[in-house]
Every structure is written in structure tokens, then in C-alpha cells.
Design a protein around this ligand. Sequence first.
Ligand code: COI
Length: 355
Amino acid sequence: MIETQDFEIIRKTESTISNIDFGNLPFGRVFSDHMFIANYSNGQWNRASIKPYGDIPVSPAMSAIHYGQSIFEGLKAFKTNAGQVLVFRPEMNWERMNNSAERLCMPAIPKEYFLDGIRQLVTLDRDWVPKDSSCSLYIRPFMFATDPFLGVKPSQSYTFMIISSPVGPYYAKPLHLKVETKYTRAALGGVGFAKAAGNYGSAMYPAQLAQKEGIDQLIWTDAKEHKYIEEAGTMNMMVVIDGKLLTTPLTSTILPGVTRDSFLTLAKEAGYPVEERRISVEEIIVAQQTGKLTEIFGVGTAATIAQVEKLSFEDKTYQLSEISTREISNKIGKQLMDIKSGDAADSRAWNMGVL
Ligand code: COI
């Protein structure tokens, strides 16, 4: 149990919630009334506050802008049928955020700031958590370096913030993915495992080239040989070949997804054979050609379970199995959704009840 923290709370005088069309929520475009903000200087975190959502003043010399000390997280809150608000596995996001922070020479965020920051913020903005089960309140914690200094060295000052946004599905339809074999997202020893802002910026150019060909997203391959699949940048990848659920193991190039971990846990418990191992592109293509590739999908907080209906590799595009026939992703995906939304028992205490 996290103790209630003494945050300064400044309430917004007039909510903007009546302007929001909850029946049509694009991902990440509208923001709830309040935001959490804490500053770090002289080796410590100062008293945090929750205040009306709005712009923040920054120095043009702010080091995050110039050298990229900037990291973030993503998690979701759901409303149960009884009206309770549940946040899914926030402790895992806190741990991952501090792993990212360490890699980028940024300070650790105290657990109580992270968890009670989310709890108090979501409590204040509870009306912003959508009731529709396909929607949620997406919570975005992030930290950036704030020293007004152009020398290349770790900043001495930082800001940690949490904002939130009511969202619908990130991907509205099954995806057409391409296996990327020219560009690289991450190399061993780099920052691929961290949720560093720069990982996303540097992936945009190859993704944009693919989007011009009508492709939705890329599946990245290993930096050395471009032979083994990695992840899709917005989600980890899973395939079912010959009845086995396969996913790439967690190395320094792979983001350790919360949805990835939750899905694997439930699939193992349901008795499906699970292997975390390298998966070559060739293995996937041969399995598709011999009818053994029965499922391919992405797993992520924003993406949830994102089915892949077409796969492009080199100059060929493969039409994949009918989505309704995909037993593991449909079954485990539903089970996971039911736990998050309170429709199924949360036997592992994954949810943090907000109020
Ligand atoms: C998430 O799933 O929370 C992500 O951060 C992926 C993407 C929206 C950047």
C-alpha cells in the first residue's frame, strides 16, 4: 500500500470535459483537466503538484531538446461496470521507467511519486476515464532534462510529469506490416530496451517510407544480420507456429512490454506451449507457406492486441490467416482485457484500484 503523498493540488476552475466526444476518441489528441509535475534539483525531488493541464515554460537551451535525455511510459486506467477505476500494473511501468532513467543518466523516480502521482491525478480526473470497454484513460508519465546548458553531459535538473488522455484503440483495424531489413531500430548494447524518446524519433523515417507504400508499421530485425525479428516499435511481436506461441527474448534491443509479460503469463497458465527465442524471418515465411503460421500479432499498452492481416517481406506480400480463427490471441487477449476492466478475477493483483 502506497502512502498518500503531500502533493500541492490546484484544481481547474472549469473542466473542458463537456467539449469531448467520448464516442469518437482518436489516440492521444485530447487531455484531461489536470497534470502532475515534480522537479528535481540539487540531488533531490521537490514537492510535487497537480495542477490544471497546460503549457509549461522551457529554456531554449534545455538539455533534453539538444541531447535527448528524455524518457516516458504508457499505461492505462479502465472503468469497471460498477464505476471503479483500475490502473493496470503501474509498478511494472515504474520499474521500467527507472531502468530507462539509469541508462540515460537520469535520477530514479521514487515509487510513491509515481504510483500516488497516478492515483491522485486519476482520482481528480476520474470522469475522464471512458465507460466504453474498448476505450480507456491513457496515462503518460515522462521525464526530461532541464539544465539550460549546451555542454554534452548529464543534466543536474529534471522534470517528471504525468498527463492523461481518454483514448480509443491505437490501431483501428488489422495491420499490414513489413519486415524491415535495411534500417535498424536498435543494436545490442544500445538503448532499445529503454523507453527513450529518441528511439521513437529515429524510427519515423523508415516507417514513413513504408507508409507511402500503404504499409501501417514495420517489424524491425536485428542490426547485425537483419535475419531475426525484433519488435514493431509500438508493440512487441508474437507468432504462433505449429501450435507454439513464440516471441523474441528480452535483450538490450527489446522493450520489456507490460502487455508482453502479461500475455505470456496468461498463455503459459492456460497451458499453451510458449518459447522465448530468436525467430528468423525465414522461419515465419516458411511457416506461412506450409500453413503452420496460424497467428501473428503485436502486443502493447496502446496497441493492446493488434492483429496482423498482411505481411510484406522483400518483394512479396502474404495474406495471413483469418483473424476469427486465431485461438491464442483471441482467447488470451479477451482474458487480459477482462482482467483490466474488472470483468474477470484479478488473481495476481495486477490492478491498482484508484477509488
Ligand atoms: C505504449 O504502448 O504505451 C507506447 O508507448 C507505444 C506508443 C504509443 C509510443
